[in-house]
Design a binder for this molecule. Structure first.
Ligand code: NAD
Length: 267
């Protein structure tokens, strides 16, 4: 049985991660924390996550709980993740980082510190999406240049960025498999008399509506047939379950920086 510490314990992902930990007999919640000014500080982490009392109060900093687990699961914000890995690395605490939007110098420092501990860093922890990354590349290689490749992603109306990071990653995988450069062949908008589609282009289109958690579809359009590969998230539990799977896996590994393809043995 391993013990996990959950950062951002009152957040949308933090709550679902605590829920998934409760459902898994191989892992227990050792500690939980939030930003110091969060109204849930001192509340029971189980109550906040809706799983009943766990006897684990939400602390106001990592420092208060850093000795209460072997692995820290962090779905917070880039600045918070950087602070957390700075505190975790001298103690050899393993980490699973799902925070997105980590870029530039912050990403460089996170990656450097992560390589010195056991760490999984992945912008999409869904098992299904990571299998999709692998399979989409294989499909593109098998089908080759005779099939037009298009990506369609659909998300809820609150999503601020487009296309989704997952759609961009799919585009990179598909372009790589076909020997193309997504920077040159990606087409993100079509309107007006734009002429025929080129063979090389990879369309990435975004729809935004209602409360849709997230859908990604790769369309391979051939002559007389088409093939579609689709992933649909029903809720956030596919990410939370992937994070718990990554936590159980990473504590058994040598020091190093890993991603979900490593966790799932897909490399
Ligand atoms: P959220 O805003 O609901 O939760 C984030 C939580 O982190 C909040 O409760 C916030 O108070 C807390 N927090 C902020 N600063 C903190 C600090 N210094 N110390 C401790 N806690 C702190 O957001 P969310 O929807 O749960 O998403 C969190 C992150 O996870 C985002 O970056 C999101 O894009 C990412 N995410 C990743 C995946 C994946 O599969 N990798 C899936 C879903 C979301």
């Amino acid at each position: 049985m391993i013990k996990a510490i959950v950062a951002g314990a009152a957040g949308r992902m933090g709550q679902r991660i605590i829920h998934c930990i409760q459902q898994n007999s191989e892992i227990a919640l050792g500690g939980a924390f939030e930003r110091p000014d969060h109204p849930s500080v001192n509340a029971d982490a189980g109550h906040v996550a809706g799983v009943g009392e766990l006897g684990v109060p939400i602390a106001g900093s990592l420092g208060e709980v850093v000795d209460q687990g072997e692995v820290l699961i962090d779905f917070t914000a880039p600045g918070a993740t950087l602070e957390n890995i700075r505190a975790a690395s001298p103690r050899g605490l393993a980490m699973v980082i799902g925070t997105t939007g980590i870029t530039g110098d912050v990403l460089k420092e996170v990656e450097t510190l992560a390589a010195g501990i056991r760490c999984v860093l992945a912008a999409n922890m869904s098992v299904g999406v990571n299998v999709m990354f692998k399979i989409a590349g294989q499909m593109a290689r098998i089908l080759g240049g005779d099939y037009d490749v298009e990506i369609l992603e659909t998300h809820h109306r609150m999503k601020k960025d487009a296309p989704s990071g997952t759609a961009v990653r799919l585009g990179q995988v598909l372009a790589g498999a076909l020997g193309r450069d997504l920077e040159k062949v990606g087409v993100y908008e079509r309107k007006g008399i734009i002429g025929e589609r080129t063979d090389e282009e990879i369309g990435i289109q975004s729809l935004r509506a209602g409360d849709i958690t997230g859908e990604h579809m790769v369309l391979f359009g051939g002559v007389g047939e088409r093939l579609e590969l689709t992933h649909r998230s029903h809720n956030r539990d596919n990410f939370a379950r992937g994070a718990v799977r990554a936590a159980l896996w990473v504590v058994q590994q040598p020091k190093g920086l890993y991603d979900m393809q490593d966790v799932l043995g897909l490399k």
